[in-house]
Design a protein around this ligand. Sequence first.
Ligand code: IPE
Length: 264
Amino acid sequence: MKSLTLVKLGGSVITQKKLSPPTVNEVAINRIAKEIRAHKGPLIVVLGGGAHGHQAAHAYGFGDSSTPPEKLLAGIPSIRHNMTLLSLEVEQALNANGIPSVVIPPFSSVSMHDGVISSFPTDIIKGALKARCTVIIHGDVCLDDIQGASILSGDTISVYLAKALDIQRVFIGTDVDGIFEEDPRVNPNATLVSVIDSSNKDSVLAGTGTSAAIDVTGGMTQKTQELLELANYTTLVAIFNLTAPGRLTSLLEGKSTTCTRIEF
Ligand code: IPE
């Protein structure tokens, strides 16, 4: 497939993370849809959970290993419902901007084994891309033969698809400029790492250990480790600030912008 690109839209950008009940960030979603028009070619858009995923997941004890399976299972409908609402908002915004798009929800086809993907069929994704649809796929709750149910994050989906499909470029949109030497929320003077390669990989991972932000899908170190894995499967990986207008457009157009690139 010609130049397949994957963009992850971080949950903290497309939802109002502090509002309960979960509320989408319509302004951000519409602006992002317009930026995505800069892309010509096949595209997968992966949504993070943000308020829609993490609030319900916390309420039902996901991320806490002592939660009994019955409680996790009871959380399925509300996580699914919220993630469906979020994905439909994005689908509507993309279609309204002339980007034919369909949502493919992981719950319907992905199986998990103790928190790890055991089966993730991708034929339907390939078929939808071939039919010239942009594929929207989102972080979700999935059935798990050990835990009952477990959370599949947008980052894990991105790594899995990069491995399974021939994806050339992966752009991970977050609410910070990229990966910093220290947590920028703790130290506002922290330095942005513009390139991670084999020479600084270990020191960067050590720095992410200072992050205060922990959610049900793990802290910054775990997320960074997962993103570093991406570089094994694609030509270009960039982590960038999706709240800053224009950066996604620049990346899609192959222009340079503020971000962290991962290169091995
Ligand atoms: C979380 O996905 C999915 C759910 C909680 C259902 P992510 O972990 O990728 O979400 P964000 O981008 O950090 O919000």
